[in-house]
Design a protein around this ligand. Structure first.
Ligand SMILES: Nc1ncnc2c1ncn2[C@@H]1O[C@H](COP(=O)(O)OP(=O)(O)OP(=O)(O)O)[C@@H](O)[C@H]1O
Length: 388
């Protein structure tokens, strides 16, 4: 009988003969083999793959390793574990692994990005974006979703803010999504289906993802998550104009974008830039949301804390409309911090009413019958998934 040591040698030789199609190099040269362990003929292989790979790419890589290693005489069992460089670095309590030597642009992957295809079973896809960070984009996204829910629609929210996913905090979600029949099952809370990049992060460390990885992650979140049976999918975008916007437009047809800004002149300049980017990508802009428009004291005094840069005029100039003006309200901030957004925690507040007006406006511009036949052709009962 062959000993484990010589089996290990053969396993390594086999891995050296398997090419990673994404990088065009064998698995060893691509530095993708983290560990090979052999104990009594049981082979344990840990493979490093970047998070952005599609399900198909991961399965096909796993399959080719299984098939080749299984053939080696003396091997009783093969276990292949795919992990990310980040997870390994954290496990070792070390700095993240250095960037692969091959420049991202040289990967043959970009050409493989498919044409935008609708998400099965989703009525309308609405992107919530901002030109600048911190203007309240995520707050608007989640309260818009709750407003649509209150109108009787089935709503999901996908948070792809690569710089700081805040949906888990805004909705008080701590758990991780599960996988069923090779699909990621979104979390459910407050009548919404939720998926966030934040569920995949081990801690609050900012992660710098390069373009192809961002594209891969966004495709995976749109394609590999079970969104079926939704009227509206709200997408909380990262601020600015970058890879994420492009990846979204290339992956699914987006029915409309909502641009969030504060009334300050600087925020408005960035908002205009964000709006133009969506138009360049052939995504219709439904309008602008003016957030933190004013602060009204309990005695009725009005303060324009973020100035009055002229959102209405700017909207006209950009040939769009103001969908809603949301006041600066401590209840919005505290609702977000406590995991119960203002539409749920203080539905009678002026801010919640403005969010509801926003939801009505979006639903009017991109109408769908609640519980209407979904794109997958199945008739879904209203709120059926909430009861499941
Ligand atoms: N109308 C409002 N009144 C009071 N506080 C608000 C309002 N809108 C947002 N906030 C608060 O402002 C902060 C930033 O909001 P949020 O995280 O939604 O912004 P963002 O644009 O998504 O930020 P980022 O760019 O970091 O993702 C949060 O603490 C939020 O509760």
């Amino acid at each position: 009988m062959k000993d484990d040591f010589s089996i290990k040698g053969e396993v390594i030789a086999v891995l050296e003969a398997i090419e990673d199609p994404t990088q065009g190099k064998n698995l060893l040269d691509a530095h993708m083999i983290e560990q090979v362990d052999v104990q009594s003929g049981v082979v344990d292989i840990t493979v490093l793959v970047e998070l952005g790979r599609t399900r198909e790419e991961r399965f096909s890589l796993e399959d080719s390793i299984y098939n080749k290693v299984e053939e080696i005489a003396g091997v009783n069992e093969v276990k292949v574990k795919l992990t990310t460089p980040k997870a390994v670095a954290q496990q070792k309590n070390a700095d993240p692994l250095p960037e692969p030597k091959q420049p991202a642009a040289a990967k043959p992957k970009a050409a493989a990005i498919p044409q935008a295809e609708p998400i099965q079973g989703v009525g309308k896809v609405i992107a919530v974006a901002s030109g600048k960070g911190g203007v309240g984009k995520s707050t608007v996204a989640v309260n818009l979703a709750l407003g649509l829910r209150d109108l009787g629609y089935r709503v999901g929210v996908l948070d792809i803010d690569i710089y700081g996913p805040s949906l888990p905090t805004l909705l008080g979600l701590m758990s991780r999504p599960s996988v069923s029949e090779r699909q990621i099952v979104p979390l459910q809370t407050q009548g919404l289906r939720i998926m966030s990049l934040g569920f995949l992060m081990e801690d609050d460390t900012p992660v710098i993802w390069r373009g192809p990885i961002v594209t891969g992650i966004i495709r995976q979140f749109l394609r590999d998550v079970d969104w079926s049976g939704l009227d509206y999918l709200i997408i909380d975008m990262p601020p600015g104009t970058g890879d994420a916007q492009l990846a979204l437009a290339q992956t699914v047809p987006v029915d409309g974008a909502v641009i969030v800004t504060t009334p300050s002149k600087l925020a408005l300049i960035d908002a205009a830039r964000g709006l133009e980017m969506f138009r360049t990508l052939n995504i219709d802009v439904l309008g602008i949301v003016e957030n933190m428009s004013e602060f009204v004291t309990p005695t009725g005094e009005v303060f324009k804390i973020f100035g009055d840069g002229g959102v209405e005029e700017e909207a006209k100039r950009l040939d769009t409309t103001v969908l809603a003006s949301i006041p600066l309200d401590p209840a919005v901030r505290s609702g977000g911090d406590e995991g119960s957004p203002v539409v749920a925690s203080a539905p009678d507040s002026p801010a919640a009413k403005s969010f509801l007006a926003l939801a009505e406006n979006v639903a009017k511009q991109r109408p769908i019958q609640p519980g209407e036949e979904s794109a997958d052709g199945k008739k879904k009962g209203l709120f059926s998934f909430l009861k499941s």
